[in-house]
Design a protein around this ligand. Sequence first.
Ligand code: ADP
Ligand code: S3P
Ligand code: MG
Length: 165
Amino acid sequence: MMGAGKSTVGRRLAKRLELDFIDSDDAIEQACGLPAGEVFARYGEKDFRDGERRIIARLLDDHRQVIATGGGAFADEGTRSLLKDKAVTIWLDAPIEILAERTSGRDTRPLLNNDDPRGTLERLMEARRPFYSQADIRVRSGNVPHRDVVEWIVSALEDYLQRRV
Ligand SMILES: Nc1ncnc2c1ncn2[C@@H]1O[C@H](COP(=O)(O)OP(=O)(O)O)[C@@H](O)[C@H]1O
Ligand SMILES: O=C(O)C1=C[C@@H](OP(=O)(O)O)[C@@H](O)[C@H](O)C1
Ligand SMILES: [Mg+2]
């Protein structure tokens, strides 16, 4: 979800794993010449998801790397199917209070630019939970330092890859 820490934790995870890092919102910005939030606000969610799907497909066909997606990517059927097929997917799960706190005071997320951002986060979480729960790995990213989240992911990844061989 928005505010879970995908962008910040993803970057640190990549460093820890000595892999490249890319954020799909940054890739959208590079492709469109506009910040991802503005692309979303200007063209609407349907076109944003279509573009996001194409960008993520391209990133998945590139070299092995850590990809932070936007919070809605895995709720899109086509994008989810691409990610399930070609990536190990990680759900950073944090309680609504923390998501609300981490996303407040910013206007870069059009879905939350309304009178009730917390209620919106709750509704989105209800709608998206069935999809997020299909991720390969779930790691809690609540009130804990970034470095702990990174280490939990590394150890969950090791377990996951061990089970797959
Ligand atoms: N584990 C954490 N501890 C403290 N702050 C965090 C943690 N994870 C994320 N944050 C902060 O929350 C905000 C949103 O994080 P971000 O990585 O942009 O989330 P996302 O990409 O999932 O929307 C940032 O200011 C980030 O520094
Ligand atoms: O949850 C979403 O639908 C979105 C999340 C945002 O990314 P973050 O999850 O990094 O905030 C960004 O892709 C866009 O505003 C839509
Ligand atoms: Mg992000």
